[in-house]
Design a protein around this ligand. Structure first.
Ligand code: GRF
Length: 188
């Protein structure tokens, strides 16, 4: 069993989905040791409370710079003996300090078929562009914005009458299948 931390800045539905899969014995290779968030108001904190997952809040603004911020993260990650980091809606680029410490052991999920539509609001970018299919991607994390090596993807159609919300919901449904699958395949 690998000891993992989930990094999230927002709602945390992917966190909860991963926990549910563990409880249902559908993910068997990992133990979620803790959640890390950079936002003390993130709903993921409520979700983590429900499942008794410890939460580490590291507000970026309380550090002098990114290096100091990431050094503090690494200290806590090492104390918790974290082996892999799973990003699930973590809204910060990972810097060189953390990358060096966890090289090849950080993965991210993104709500588009990368390399299309990196960055924020991927579903609305896809709608605006008028693509007929989009999806979700899990990739290794490097120093770029959603640029690391792709591990797996899933596809869904874009409907003519989709709104940002309906498309996001469809992509989320893919994510709930894709991320557990990748975790089982990659983290062991
Ligand atoms: C997901 O769409 C994920 O792909 C992106 O951020 C969103 C997080 O959703 N990186 P949630 O917080 O897990 O509900």
């Amino acid at each position: 069993m690998k000891r993992i931390a989930i990094f999230a800045s927002g709602s945390g539905s992917n966190y909860e989905n991963i926990i549910q899969h563990i409880l249902d014995d559908k993910i068997t290779t990992i133990e979620v040791v803790s959640v890390y968030t950079d936002n003390h108001e993130a709903f993921v904190i409520e979700r983590a409370r429900k499942y008794n997952t410890p939460v580490n809040v590291f507000e970026y603004a309380t550090f002098d710079n990114k290096i100091m911020y990431e050094k503090a993260l690494i200290k806590q990650l090492e104390e918790e003996k974290i082996e892999w980091i799973v990003l699930a809606g973590y809204m910060r680029l990972i810097g060189e300090t953390l990358l060096e410490a966890y090289e090849g052991r950080i993965i991210n999920i993104h709500p588009s078929l990368l390399p299309s539509f990196p960055g924020k609001n991927a579903a609305s970018q896809a709608l605006q562009y008028g693509v007929k299919y989009t999806g979700a991607t899990v990739h290794f994390v490097d120093s770029g914005m959603d640029t690391g090596k792709i591990i797996d993807q899933m596809i869904c159609p874009v409907d003519d009458n989709d709104t940002d919300e309906t498309l996001q919901q469809r992509i989320h449904t893919l994510e709930y299948e894709l991320y557990p699958r990748v975790i089982n395949n990659i983290i062991k």
